[in-house]
Design a binder for this molecule. Structure first.
Ligand code: G3P
Length: 217
């Protein structure tokens, strides 16, 4: 399963890129706003330090302007994936960009029916927001299971990119269901490899080792 970083913060991306676990980056208008930087400049900066797909989201809501924005974002770098919302205009934009060979990430997905249409529109990635469904008492990971089943039934090339991830359990569940990608806030990626028992166990090993007076080198 691929891991993308859900951030537009260059320091966060740089720090975690060196772990070797970062296969791509996703941004959205809120993350760009939080960065305080111009979207075109920031996406170019991220594309220069990350080899994998970098999602950059359009902000228009009509087809013509979405398409113009998408083409401008795609022109920044070869690894840009244009993000469009799961609306009628977004799906039409997805179809046009996809037909032209541009990677498209269809975002703000909340039902399997929406995911079916995104796949039919040629989406490279579909981004179901599991945390936001959980927030309203729905089963976010249940949606992932539905989409993975639905796509497998038709050998669909669209990759399931689990978004709005709020816990390491979401990551494990996504992998158990066969999702292609998870996009993680930096704190979740860090939490994946950190466990207090690992820390305390290592401390105990090193205390015992120190008593031997040995050195491996
Ligand atoms: O990639 C989508 C993600 O940024 C949304 O996360 O926690 O705001 O639902 P969240």
């Amino acid at each position: 399963m691929k891991i993308f970083l859900d951030s537009a913060d260059l320091d966060e991306i740089t720090a975690l890129r060196d772990t070797g676990f970062v296969d791509g980056v996703t941004t959205n208008p809120s993350l760009i706003a939080k960065s305080g930087h111009n979207i075109l400049d920031r996406i170019a900066e991220i594309c220069a330090i990350v080899d994998g797909p970098v999602s950059a989201e359009v902000t228009a809501t009509d087809y013509d302007t979405m398409l113009a924005e998408g083409r401008k974002l795609a022109a920044i770098a070869p690894n840009v994936a244009v993000k469009v919302p799961l609306t009628k205009a977004g799906l039409q934009t997805c179809r046009t960009l996809s037909d032209a060979g541009t990677k498209v990430n269809v975002t703000l997905c909340f039902t399997a029916g929406q995911a079916l249409l995104a796949a039919k529109a040629g989406a490279t990635f579909i981004s179901p927001f599991v945390g936001r469904l959980d927030d309203i008492g729905k089963d976010g990971m249940g949606l992932i299971e539905e989409i993975c089943t639905l796509y497998a039934n038709y050998d669909c090339p669209t990759e399931v990119l689990v978004a709005s991830v709020r816990s390491t359990q979401h990551v494990v569940d996504a992998a158990l269901m066969g999702a292609d990608v998870v996009t993680l806030p930096p704190k979740i990626l860090t939490a994946l490899y950190h466990h207090p028992l690992t820390d305390s166990g290592l401390d105990a090993f090193l205390k015992d080792w120190a008593k031997t007076g040995q050195s491996i080198l």
